[in-house]
Design a protein. Structure first.
Length: 241
């Protein structure tokens, strides 16, 4: 004979189960613990998402009177070649412009040139682009087509040696361009905080109803029928044996 202590649906129960149902109770206890871990993980993710949402809103509002430019350069020089992977993000006039370009050439750079370009590797922030321009105008200027603040373009460019650029070595590039309005990431980041807020409100409302002897599901007065709600059929936790 032994006592099994387990948690289920927020309640602590004590029972004297037989050997056949012992493992079932253990599995239920583990399932309840896993749900609790997932609940805390969801709250952490929702909190981080809320912070990112607030930061996005501030940058969105700032974009109407100032530019923000973030660039990343990654130069590499394999044998008798030169490679560049660059990322440029521009926030201006309520929109975001992403531009990623990957270039590879057969140019064999000297040691001085390699050191000069390798020092440019990394992330950089600038309060403005080379000239004041909106994100949409820059996207259109670089060959994209915008519609209702959205746009995407992918370009593959190959310049063989001996073409109109005679002195230029063989080069090829891949370019991805994306234009989206700021409300899109703001709404996406607000999903988890909204779900968490809804869960907290419903939990608070449920506790208030239980404290006033009301049905936690529909709010019906259970003083006359505490075993079962006559309105929706729900059984209160206190009535569960």
């Amino acid at each position: 004979m032994f006592w099994c202590h387990w948690r289920l649906s927020g309640r602590v129960c004590f029972s004297t189960p037989s050997a056949s149902c012992h493992w079932q109770l253990v599995r239920q206890c583990h399932r309840a613990d896993n749900i609790s871990v997932l609940r805390w993980l969801f709250r952490i993710l929702a909190g981080l998402s809320a912070l990112l949402c607030l930061g996005s809103i501030s940058v969105w509002l700032r974009s109407y009177w100032a530019q923000d430019v973030i660039e990343h350069f990654n130069y590499a020089f394999p044998t008798e070649a030169a490679c560049l992977d660059s990322i440029r993000i521009i926030s201006a006039d309520g929109e975001i412009y992403f531009n990623r370009m990957m270039v590879q050439t057969d140019y064999d750079a000297g040691n001085d040139d390699r050191q000069f370009y390798l020092r440019k590797n990394g992330w950089f922030y600038s309060p403005t682009y080379y000239f004041q321009i909106s994100a949409r105008d820059l996207f259109v200027r670089e060959g994209g087509r915008a519609c209702f603040g959205f746009g995407y373009k992918s370009t593959v460019w190959i310049e063989p040696s001996g073409s109109r650029y005679q002195a230029r070595p063989n080069a090829q590039s891949l370019r991805h361009q994306l234009l989206i309005p700021w409300p899109v990431p703001v709404l996406m980041l607000s999903i988890l905080p909204s779900l968490l807020l809804r869960s907290l409100v419903r939990s608070r409302r449920r506790r208030l109803r239980l404290s006033h002897n009301l049905c936690p599901s529909c709010g019906y007065d259970l003083r006359a029928s505490p075993e079962k709600c006559p309105e929706c059929g729900a059984i209160p936790i206190s009535a569960v044996p």
